[in-house]
Design a protein around this ligand. Structure first.
Ligand code: F6R
Ligand code: MG
Ligand code: MG
Length: 369
């Protein structure tokens, strides 16, 4: 039997500022999802990372299902009402349309959905981020599925030894390409190292089985700032990764996050900063509205039910990663308004540069050669 895991997320108001989701909003979402159990969904878990609400839902309706998307939309609408009532910051900010029209894509919320054939035992990990962008997953997904220094299974497990396929999206020109690893690894890296344009959308195990058997990972790749045409917040992404028996072990999936790599999206969506792995409890970015955060929730599926979660970064083994992230934060913050702490001009969420240039128009002089 095929089961679909849908993680749909939106920021519909922060508390205070852009730092966290008020518990009443989570409750409002839970109320809406609870009423849909057995009707539309099998099971659900509502969480948040920073100011983003993450709805983790299971069902048998497949990806991009109208009913499931409408349910998520309704949950975010209810949460928005509470946010408005509490006068929370940026109430309803990611709901870019007044009316639902069949699918949340293009309307503001982000989605990562995976239809899978549930194995006799099906461990999955759901990652949720704040103050960063979808391509923040490029480096860790590469390490998990293509780097033998990270994933021992690529060398040791006969069923992983052939490698994986990466579906890469060009989020600016809206194109996609599939690259195989290890044989096309350098081509893959040439693309996904350019994090402002390319994001890994899906990873599949190689082979000719059904996609629902081979699917290994999926991320949300919506670019809210491109959808809206103006600044409405970063596209704080989510991802789902399958683990064990033919897929990377839970510990191999978590291992890349011991290195808090630099990602775009800190303060005003306009700065680079280290991605700090934290527990659900600690997922409230505050220093300079950050640094960027990621949580990891482990579940076992049981006929589509979510057994869990286990809060996987709530482990002393990630204390050092948090320490390093704080050191890197101290270091990079000292750059103030300079690159590479500041993003490049095209990547800034907003800038005064055009105004400044206009004001100085008459004062610019040609350089003498
Ligand atoms: C939002 C974010 C924040 C805001 C900043 C300014 O996720 O990254 O850093 O950009 O708090 O917010 P405004 O412009 O709403 O005052
Ligand atoms: Mg916000
Ligand atoms: Mg956010």
């Amino acid at each position: 039997e095929k089961v679909t895991v849908s993680v749909i997320k939106a920021d519909v108001g922060g508390f205070p500022g852009h730092s966290e989701v008020h518990p009443d909003l989570l409750e409002a979402c839970e109320g809406v999802l609870e009423d849909a159990v057995d009707e539309v969904i099998i099971d659900y878990y509502v969480t948040r990372c920073g100011d983003d609400i993450d709805l983790i839902m299971t069902h048998t309706r497949g990806e991009d299902d109208e009913k499931v998307h409408e349910l998520a939309w309704n949950a975010f609408q209810e949460a928005t009402k509470v946010a408005e009532d509490l006068k929370l910051y940026g109430a309803g900010q990611d709901l870019l349309s007044d009316a639902f029209s069949g699918n949340v894509r293009g309307l503001g919320p982000g989605a990562a959905e995976m239809e899978l054939v549930e194995r006799p035992s099906e461990p999955i990990i759901v990652f949720c981020c704040d103050k960063t962008e979808p391509s923040a997953f490029n480096l860790p997904l590469f390490r998990i599925f293509a780097d033998p220094n990270n994933t021992a299974g690529l060398v040791l497990d006969p069923s992983m030894h052939d490698g994986f396929e990466f579906e890469v999206h060009d989020v600016i020109d809206q194109k996609k390409v599939i690259l195989k690893c290890p044989e096309e690894m350098y081509d893959l890296l040439a693309l996904i190292g350019q994090t402002q344009r390319y994001a890994i959308k899906r990873v599949y195990k190689k082979g000719d089985g059904d996609e629902a058997e081979r699917i290994a990972a999926v991320t949300s790749t919506e670019r809210l700032n491109l959808i809206a045409g103006e600044y409405v917040g970063k596209d704080d992404p989510v991802a789902i990764v399958r683990c064990q028996s033919g897929f990377p072990a839970v510990g191999e999936v978590l291992e890349p996050f011991t290195f808090p790599h630099l990602v775009a999206g800190w303060m005003r969506g306009s700065h680079n900063g280290p991605l700090m792995p934290v527990s659900e409890e600690e997922a409230h970015p505050t220093r300079f509205d950050g640094p960027p955060r990621i949580i990891a929730l482990g579940f076992q599926l049981r006929n589509g039910e979510l057994v869990g979660p286990q809060d996987l970064f709530a482990d002393p083994a990630f204390d050092r990663a948090r320490e390093i992230a704080n050191e890197v934060a101290d270091y990079i913050r000292r750059h103030g308004p300079f690159q590479p702490h500041l993003l490049s001009e095209e990547e800034l969420e907003y800038t005064t540069l055009p105004d400044v240039l206009k004001k100085l128009e008459d004062r610019f002089e040609d350089l003498e050669e």
